[in-house]
Each structure stands twice: as C-alpha cells, then as structure tokens.
Design a protein around this ligand. Structure first.
Ligand SMILES: Nc1nc(=O)c2c([nH]1)NC[C@@H]1CN(c3ccc(C(=O)N[C@@H](CCC(=O)O)C(=O)O)cc3)CN21
Ligand SMILES: O=c1ccn([C@H]2C[C@H](O)[C@@H](COP(=O)(O)O)O2)c(=O)[nH]1
Length: 264
C-alpha cells in the first residue's frame, strides 16, 4: 500500500488549509493517482485494521440498486446512517444510477449489465464507462457521488479499472473506496472470464480532515505488512448473485484499528 502512504504523506506535507462544507476543515491538495496491480495482492490498508465486512456489504448494496439504508442496517452496517432521512432513504445515489439510470425520454438503463455485455462483446472498446454523476438527479441525492465515474479496459486478457473520485477523505473514505473497487474489479473480471489486472485510483480534491491529522501521523509511523489475497469461493451465474459469504480475505495482517470521526 505504498501509493496510499505516499499520498497521505503528500497531503500532510503540501496540503493547504481549506474550510469545507462540513465545517470541520481539511488539509487539501488537488489531483492524485495510485496504481494497484491485483497480481501483487488485494489492496487493503494494513497500517490500521479495516472493517472489510462493511465494505463488502456496501458494494453488494450498490449492486442491488438499493438506495435505502435498511438493508445495510439489517446487516449491521451503519456507515450511511448519518445521511439517510427518517424512512432510511438517500435519494437516487450510486445503486440507482448504476442499475436504473432514467433518461430524459423515459428509458431505464442498467449500466452494470451493459458494461459486462460490452466487455464480453467488444473488449477493445474504449467506451466501457459507468457514471454515477447524473446532474439532473443531484438535487435529490443526500450526498453528491464521490466515486463518480469508472472505466474498464481489457489488455492481454486482464481487466483493468480506473476510478475517478472527485472528493477524497483520505483517512476514512479512501481505504474503503480502494478495497471496494478492487473487489468490483475482481467480480467483473470473473463474470467476463478475464484475469483481474490493475486498479487505478484517480482523485480530485484529496484531503485529510483536521480531526484526522494525529491519526494519520500515527498511521505513518507504522510499517506496512505484506498484502493479503482475496478469494471468491464460487462463480455466481451473474453479477447479481454474489453473497457476502462468497468472499474470503486470506492472510490479512494489520496494525490495530485507529478511530476517527466522520465529517457529516
Ligand atoms: N466525510 C465523509 N467521509 C466519507 O468517507 C464518507 C462520507 N463523508 N459520506 C458518505 C460515505 C460514507 N462513508 C463512510 C462513512 C463512515 C466510515 C467509518 O466510520 N469507518 C470506520 C469504521 C466503521 C464501520 O465499519 O462500521 C473506520 O474506522 O474505517 C467510513 C466510510 C464514506 N463516505
Ligand atoms: O465514498 C466516499 C464518499 C465520501 N467521501 C468523502 C469525501 C468528502 O470528505 C465527503 C463528501 O463531501 P463533499 O462536500 O460532497 O465533497 O465524503 C469519500 O472519501 N468516499
């Protein structure tokens, strides 16, 4: 996870103080990139223990097309609670845009299904994109999408994926986002009979919240462990049929968890 530590260090060293929407305040830089070759192991932070169950359940929730937190809460995942209304709704966030984007002329587009069909039919296509950024729907969303666009590419029988994340909470959100998209890449590759390749993470406003600075400094004193491997124990018939029990992270060695408050 050297790219992650290097970027944390860069934000600490070069970040400028910024007053942000939440009122907490950040150290911010603009533009950053990290590359993780899945052949080198599964990219999960080892300098603090990550709660991988929340990450897997959240990804399955996106893929269900779900935008209500009840399904997450039934599985003891509370990371979206602060943004939900009293019915548990978040508005047309990721799940809606990925699985049921509604066009101006009333068509319903399943971007994930179309992506898989396109990768299989035309692996050389340079149009393998999924967007959660739907300007018409933004006012109804509880939070504008942070991981807003991703593209895949097939080279030498390997599926690569690049994410564009417009706003990046380096201490809390980004470790979740890296692991989540690495897992999505593995699932897409499995469904398309390809090997997982490189995950490229590209960030816009890359920041550390002022109440995470001490945690980040502690984290950077720790020596990373070798990366674990992620095993998908069966090949479900479609992207809709993965379950939490299908995933096993093997050999995850990590330093103790470090707590940090989420800025709402
Ligand atoms: N400020 C902010 N940062 C984010 O990362 C973020 C948001 N807001 N809003 C929407 C989602 C929700 N996400 C979250 C929210 C909370 C945690 C969090 O508290 N993580 C704890 C463990 C919590 C758990 O697994 O139950 C951690 O220590 O990583 C992580 C991502 C990512 N997003
Ligand atoms: O997956 C996610 C979701 C959210 N974040 C962070 C990035 C920002 O700190 C906030 C969003 O605030 P905006 O004012 O809408 O930019 O949440 C993340 O890192 N990853």
């Amino acid at each position: 996870m050297k790219p992650y530590h290097d970027l944390l260090r860069r934000v600490l060293d070069e970040g400028v103080e910024q007053h942000d929407r939440t009122g907490v305040g950040t150290l911010a830089t603009f533009g950053g990139q990290m590359r993780f070759d899945l052949a080198d192991g599964f990219p999960v932070v080892t300098t603090k223990k990550l709660h991988l169950r929340s990450i897997i359940v959240e990804l399955l929730w996106f893929l269900r097309g779900d935008t209500n937190v009840r399904w997450l809460q039934e599985r003891k995942v509370s990371i979206w609670d602060e943004w939900a209304d009293d019915k548990g709704d978040l508005g047309p966030v990721y799940g809606k845009q990925w699985r049921d984007w509604v066009t101006a002329d009333g068509r319903h587009i399943d971007q994930i299904k179309q992506l898989i069909e396109l990768i299989k039919k035309d692996p050389a296509s340079r149009r393998q994109l999924v967007s959660a950024w739907n300007p018409g729907d933004l006012p109804q969303m509880a939070l504008a999408p942070c991981h807003c666009l991703f593209q895949t590419s097939v080279l030498n029988g390997r599926l690569n994926l690049q994410l564009y994340q417009r706003s990046c909470d380096m201490f809390l959100g980004v470790p979740f986002n890296i692991a989540s998209y690495a897992l999505l890449l593995m699932m897409l590759a499995q469904q398309c009979d390809l090997e997982p390749g490189v995950f490229v993470w590209t960030g816009g406003d890359v920041h550390i919240y002022s109440n995470h600075i001490e945690q980040v400094k502690l984290q950077l004193t720790r020596e990373p462990y070798p990366l674990p491997t992620m095993q998908i124990k069966r090949r479900p018939a479609s992207i809709d049929q993965y379950e939490y029990e299908d995933f096993e992270l093997v050999g995850y060695q990590a330093h103790p968890h470090i707590k940090g408050a989420v800025a709402v």
